[in-house]
Design a protein around this ligand. Structure first.
Ligand code: ADP
Ligand code: MG
Length: 360
């Protein structure tokens, strides 16, 4: 199990090799960390090693997104192995490119680290970044490396492209459109809860060997999420163009509200249609929480949420990757969850908000 292996490694690490960053110097470190990156995309004319990367998208619009991750705010290294952190940091960004129905092609990676981290820790981080770049066929074309007085910061910028007519925005949903989500929801949030629980257990008893096998799907969704680079091609093959699209980072509820607000529509979302993995259902029972709450507000699913015209329903209905979970209404009807008991509840955004005060 990943996590047990990680905890035991934390102990073992005390005797492992530790090379101080100061011995290597900034340029030595950059060269060391980036030596394995190879150009895979024909849109990359020049990658790492000059003053700037050079990209060429011919006549296609270019899509750019960036995210900043801060230790203690967005990630906790006591249960997030650095390898997974590197991988996840890339996924978070690629997901935003795919949510535009575009192809991701390049990233830049900027890091700030304190001298608490040895060279070996950054190597781990870069193994995760390299693995993601290889699987998702994107080029790492630059970045920046600097020191921080405390902790670690990672900023990744992702770049993609798509023909103008292919791009999908948040503001295109119309009354009567169907609301569709990929994959299943809530697992990453529960994975986080399990890791947090095990961390407490480990603190109390470092020799505990919990069996986390029943939760492996949840933990994997938290520590090693994937982003949906398959959906654009799938929809293309089905000859469906979404009218609006967004990725689920903060939680289904808040993403639905973004689409509604941008598009000027309302929504009826159906509780009984929310896609939940059996592990999510079982774990919700164990924690005595509602699967619906977890699906609505959990976040970090990195699935895609989109709307389609009603007439496209027959094209997608048999696809196991896609669930129709509601339909768009007139804006004045508001945004509602229709429960299993057929009552109508106003949707609330309780997703992750980094500016929410702790006591809120
Ligand atoms: P400059 O001083 O021109 O900003 P740097 O010495 O910072 O150049 O970087 C040299 C090259 O290495 C550039 O191509 C830069 O984009 C790349 N680079 C720097 N840090 C990183 C990093 N952490 N990850 C990937 N590429 C990096
Ligand atoms: Mg620089």
């Amino acid at each position: 199990m990943i996590i047990c292996a990680y905890f035991s490694k934390m102990l073992a690490n005390k005797n492992e090799k530790r090379s101080e960053l100061s011995q290597l110097g900034e340029f030595g470190l950059i060269e060391h960390l980036t030596k394995n990156f190879k150009i895979q995309q024909k849109t990359t004319l020049r990658g790492i090693g000059d003053d700037a990367a050079v990209l060429n998208f011919d006549n296609e619009p270019c899509v750019v997104t960036t995210d900043l991750l801060i230790e203690g705010v967005h990630f906790d290294l006591s249960y997030m192995p650095l390898k997974h952190l590197g991988y996840k940091a890339v996924m978070v960004n690629l997901s935003d490119i795919y949510a535009m129905n575009a192809t991701a092609s390049q990233i830049t990676v900027s890091i700030a680290v304190s001298n608490r981290f040895p060279k070996e820790a950054l190597e781990e981080l870069y193994v995760g970044i390299e693995t993601a770049a290889k699987f998702y066929e994107i080029d790492v074309v630059g970045g920046d490396t600097t020191s921080s007085t405390k902790g670690m910061l990672i900023s990744i910028t992702a770049i993609g492209h798509a023909p103008k007519e292919t791009l999908v925005y948040r503001d295109g949903a119309k009354e009567g459109d169907l609301l569709v989500v990929t994959g299943d929801l809530g697992a990453a949030y529960l994975g986080f809860q399990i890791l947090e629980r095990e961390r407490q257990v480990f603190k109390a008893n470092p020799n505990s060997q919990p069996d986390l096998t029943p939760y492996s799907y949840l933990i994997e969704r938290q520590l090693k999420p994937e982003s949906r680079n398959d959906i654009s091609g799938l929809l293309d093959a089905l000859e469906v163009k979404p009218t609006s699209m967004i990725d689920i980072s903060d939680g289904l509820s808040s993403e639905i509200m973004h689409i509604c607000k941008a598009s000027g529509v309302g929504v009826n979302l159906y509780e009984d249609k929310l896609p939940l993995d059996p592990t999510v259902i079982a774990t919700c029972e164990e924690f005595d929480i509602s699967g619906t709450t977890v699906a609505l507000n959990g976040g970090e699913d990195y699935e895609l949420l989109f709307t389609i015209k009603q007439e496209d329903f027959p094209k997608i209905k048999a696809n196991p990757n896609l669930s129709v979970i509601g339909h768009m209404t007139e804006q004045k009807e508001g945004m509602h969850l229709i429960t299993r008991a057929n009552t109508k509840i106003a949707l609330q955004a309780q997703g992750w908000n980094s500016f929410t005060k702790e006591e809120d």
